[in-house]
Design a protein around this ligand. Structure first.
Ligand SMILES: Cc1ncc(C[n+]2csc(CCOP(=O)(O)OP(=O)(O)O)c2C)c(N)n1
Length: 370
């Protein structure tokens, strides 16, 4: 396997000076090293990583974007309409989750695993697949250099087990709760709400604590749990809806919060578990400066916004907002890490999760709704 040190040293040697992206566990080694540099800026989504990298290039700094192939959807627009249209050459590393065999990975990676190479080919972006030998990285970076001479970008595709891991430096935290305690506390207040939980460990934690047909474990679609929750809340005013988000996912599509604040569904409660990290992909930091979720919620138009630091505070706050019309945002300040919860797919296919959720949701539907 290529070591993370060699990977980063090779980029340094070739003069790359700015790095951004959203982590993938296949690239956690380089992320762990890059995180220690000022020249790395964690991006809220892959499209912003790409546009920032393009801005760095326009200012004369060679830039690199690192992303999971699920993030290709987020960066395809600026890749084609910005960097291709304006001929700004970038170097991208895009992991290949769900490739070459979809069965070896989680099902939400299947379509993009099979489609990544075809998507790049269809829009005409030069690319090559990395293999675990150091020479492979050098050869692909030489090809990126050739593309750069013609002002074209180059994508290095990174399959599983090609770049080695590297320890993530421990982050100081004043958190008094971990993910399990936070999700357990929320679970005690769900009643008969329809629940959408975000991608990664948070859905797995909820599943491990209380598996319920009214839980929609949304693996994949990072940042879109709030869209699901809003769509259901607006169309089912008779039904309480809960969204359990991560800070990385909530920030990825912050526009969803703005829309909740504008539409103001009274029946929506939005929990955000803020550990300051992308815990599910190895604990890389999301932001250096903590988000003021309470102020953000109120500024966006939520009816209430609160940050809770302990399970006790959550219980007290839930009693306070009981019966008060939402939308409510409840951010939970939590620590990183913890035991790895079971995969939802160990018990249910995604289609089963959807079918039993939809059955539960429609069973509670009042006849006089449109
Ligand atoms: C568009 C997209 N980019 C990247 C990923 C990879 N990914 C899966 S979970 C995750 C971290 C989510 O972070 P957060 O919402 O803060 O929750 P946490 O993992 O900390 O519980 C990432 C980056 C993804 N699934 N989709």
């Amino acid at each position: 396997m290529i070591s993370a040190e060699f990977f980063c040293a090779e980029l340094d040697r070739r003069g790359y000076g700015f790095f951004s992206g959203v982590p993938c566990s296949f690239l956690k080694g380089p992320f762990a090293l890059l995180e220690q540099r000022d020249s790395y800026v964690p991006a809220p989504n892959e499209g912003i990583a790409l546009s920032m990298a393009a801005g760095a290039e326009l200012g004369g700094t060679r830039a690199v974007v690192l992303a999971q192939n699920s993030g290709l959807g987020n960066l395809l627009d600026p890749l084609t309409s910005l960097t291709m249209a304006y001929e700004i050459p970038l170097l991208l590393f895009v992991s290949l989750r769900g490739w070459p065999n979809a069965e070896d990975d989680e099902p939400h990676h299947a379509a993009m695993g099979a489609g990544t190479i075809g998507v790049l080919e269809s829009v005409g972006v030069a690319h090559g697949i990395l293999d675990p030998a150091e020479e492979s990285l050098g050869a692909l970076l030489d090809r990126a250099e050739e593309a750069r001479r013609e002002n074209r970008s180059f994508v290095v595709l990174v399959p599983a087990k090609t770049v080695d891991a590297h320890p993530v430096p421990a982050a100081a935290s004043d958190a008094e709760m971990d993910r399990r305690e936070a999700v357990s506390a929320i679970a005690g207040h769900l009643g008969d709400a329809l629940v959408y939980s975000t991608t990664g460990m948070i859905s797995r934690e909820l599943f491990g604590i209380v598996d319920n047909p009214r839980n929609f474990y949304m693996q994949g679609s990072m940042g879109h749990a709030i869209g699901l929750g809003l769509g259901t809340a607006l169309n089912r005013p008779d039904q309480q809806v809960v969204v359990i988000d991560g800070d990385g996912a909530a920030v990825m599509h912050l526009g969803g919060l703005a829309l909740v604040g504008e539409r103001r569904p009274a029946n929506l409660t939005h929990f955000v578990l803020d550990n300051g990290a992308y815990d599910s992909t190895g604990g890389q930091r999301t932001r250096d400066v903590a988000m003021r979720w309470d102020e953000l919620a109120l500024a966006a138009g939520y009816r209430t916004g609160r940050v809770c630091r302990t399970a006790k505070e959550i219980t007290a706050h839930m009693a306070e907002i009981e019966g008060v019309p939402g939308p409510h945002l409840v951010a939970l300040h939590i620590g990183r890490g913890g035991a790895t919860p079971p995969r939802v797919t160990s018990a249910h296919t995604n289609a089963e999760v959807r079918a039993r959720f939809q059955a539960a949701a429609t069973a509670s539907r009042k006849d006089d709704l449109p």
